[in-house]
Design a protein around this ligand. Structure first.
Ligand code: SAH
Length: 392
């Protein structure tokens, strides 16, 4: 803090031949300490010339978030192929080779942890007698990616990175425009629907398209609402890709239950109210009643979250009550949770069907049944009914 003392000390250091940095005094310093992003051989240094170190740290955080954690391994991988590529690829084509590598499915697979097989594939293709750079002979890759419940800020860093590297994105109804707008500008986007009455592409055709695009050497992102493995048929797509021998990876997403619970400020478990939570579907494979053991489910007594249950809300409530869950159990209905159109209604289990009707709930919406539902930030059914009567 004492300028005279600081400058004297700096002078001592300098006369002893030691470089000196005086904190917050660039004019007395021989060097500055930049903010550093360190990924092995890859180092990004940010300096503000001493003007604003905190700004430097903020910039560092932004750059950290943009760069894949595995970047170090990607660099090491590329290094290990430098001489092989130099031997097999003509000098004027090397730049193109590496551009294709870093922009393409091979780097995407290395970053996803598939290093060993990429090494084998790359050795194979470099050893081919007529190796052609840029001939898109390398197999592509499929990423099955959870897009979260709607709010783009709820994407994972990895989902965002994959969106920005995809050549082709196949998405369904639950994925909003705001999330798609984060994708690479020149990515091909294909809507494959999913709603019952929609012009949905049948599941086997979706799988075939994923495989065909990957076979043509593309980085394919299959973008799904919420988490791909929770009522998302991600498992079927994974199996199809594996059966076709295509490298395939899964990125989890925030599922509707946890996303909606957070934005309704309603815990799903609670030390005093509910010791467990169960996710169930209200929709069956063949459009009939879901094949669920309602007696067992009613007996659970903890939080139930019903996906795809809006159309059958009344019959779900009836099944639970008939099997012993109290009609007075709190319920919450969260429509389009985490988005700007979010709507939350609350009431009792015995009124579940009536709440859906009175609230004009069309979905996508979740039904949350259990004591915790009383905590949701939402409009009570009684108030809704009262307001309606007043309006009439
Ligand atoms: N894989 C998705 C679920 C797909 S099933 C996930 O993990 O979230 C589709 C159902 O999810 C919808 O019928 C609805 O019940 C629920 N859902 C998805 N997004 C939602 C949202 N933003 N708000 C409320 N419910 C949602």
């Amino acid at each position: 803090e004492n300028a005279e003392e600081a400058s004297a000390l700096a002078g001592f250091a300098r006369s002893a031949g030691v470089p000196v940095n005086v904190v917050d005094h660039p004019e007395l310093s021989d060097f500055l300490t930049p903010s550093i992003v360190d990924r092995g051989d890859i180092v990004v240094a940010i300096s503000t010339g001493g003007a604003a170190p905190v700004l430097g740290r903020r910039l560092r955080e932004k750059i950290e978030a943009l760069l894949p954690q595995n970047l170090e391994r990607l660099a090491a991988f590329a290094r290990s192929f430098r001489s092989a590529v130099a031997a097999r690829v003509a000098p004027e084509k090397r730049r193109l080779f590496w551009e294709n590598f870093f922009d393409g499915p091979l780097a995407s697979r290395v970053l996803a942890g598939d290093e060993k097989r990429v090494r084998e594939d790359l050795i194979d293709s470099l050893n081919r007698p007529h190796y052609e750079t840029g001939a898109k002979s390398e197999a592509g890759v499929i990423h099955i990616v959870g897009a979260g419940p709607g709010d783009p800020e709820l994407l994972t860093l990895r989902a965002l990175r994959l969106l920005q590297s995809a050549d082709v994105i196949l998405y369904d109804r639950l994925v909003g425009e705001k999330i798609l707008s984060l994708a690479r500008r020149d990515a091909v986007r294909l809507y494959v629907g999913k709603a019952k009455a929609d012009h949905a592409v049948p599941q086997d055709q979706i799988e075939q398209r994923l495989i065909d695009f990957a076979r043509s050497g593309k980085i394919v992102v299959r973008l799904k609402g919420g988490d791909p493995f929770i009522f998302g048929r991600g498992g079927e797509e994974l199996d199809a890709a594996k059966a076709a021998g295509i490298p395939v990876f899964v990125t989890p997403g925030i599922t509707a239950a946890t996303g909606c619970a957070a934005s309704a400020r309603m815990p799903l478990t609670h030390r005093d109210l509910s010791q467990a939570v169960t996710f169930i579907t209200g929709h069956a494979k063949d459009d009939g009643e879901p094949d669920l053991d309602w007696r067992a489910i009613a007996a659970l007594g903890h939080t139930l979250v019903v996906y795809m249950g809006v159309g059958r809300a009344a019959s779900i409530a009836r099944s639970l009550i008939v099997n012993g869950r109290a009609g007075s159990t709190p319920v919450a209905i969260i429509e389009k949770g985490t988005t700007e159109q979010q709507k939350i209604l609350k009431g009792r289990l015995s009124d579940l069907g009536a709440i859906v009707r009175a609230g004009g709930i069309k979905g996508p919406a979740l039904l949350v049944i259990g004591e915790v539902a009383a905590k949701a930030d939402g409009v009570l059914f009684e108030e809704l009914a009262l307001a309606e009567r007043r309006a009439a």
